[in-house]
Design a protein around this ligand. Sequence first.
Ligand code: PEP
Length: 247
Amino acid sequence: MNWQQPWIIGNWKMNGRRSSTVAFAQAWAEQRLPENVSTGIAAPLPYLLDLKQAAPALPVGAQDVSRFDKDGAFTGETSAAMLADLGAQFVLLGHSERRQYFGENNETLSAKLDNALAAGLTPILCVGETLAQRQAAQEQAVVAEQLSVLRGKAMPHIAVAYEPVWAIGTGQVASAEQIAAMHAFIYAELLSFANKSANIRALYGGSVNAQNAQTILNLPNVDGALVGGASLQTDSFAAIVQAAAKQ
Ligand code: PEP
């Protein structure tokens, strides 16, 4: 991933099969894509190698990693070292679905961040408020608390994705004002503790599609997008990558 370029990251969540993964990769290889955009797919773990083998030029990542760092009796877990061994370059951490269904919190995320960094993976920390929290004007406090897990970490560069929970998979995109205000806030927070030489990538996520990508990606402090549903089809994902190239 290039820290000077826009990032367009697909999050496939728990979708697809081997056949659709390989079909995506083959269609992706035929796309004429701009070189000034960094693109990646956070694939379901069982299909990570299939995707990597069928589309070697497309960086792949994982959607989570174990909080345990040593091999051993942790049934069902996948370590950061295993992900790196498979060729993963990045890992999503703290996605709202993991916070909601798996009780992800700053304590587990802190360990996961350490493990990802030690294995040479780039963590992309997902943050964002629920609708109730926004309605209570708590969105900045919530995001600040979620970002605080990054404090004190020896991170050369920092990638975060702002994903208002109410905008994920709903078709209800945050307004330009809401996105710009939160991204300015995120930059200010990160710059208050980040290493001075750190590059920051602040992605927006939440119902980004081929139609709205250009407008969102042109907003100040928006360095790319985390894309769920629209990353499952080659055409819509490629259109978002093309929109990022026009920034
Ligand atoms: C996501 O889950 O990270 C996401 C942004 O999903 P969608 O684009 O489908 O809203």
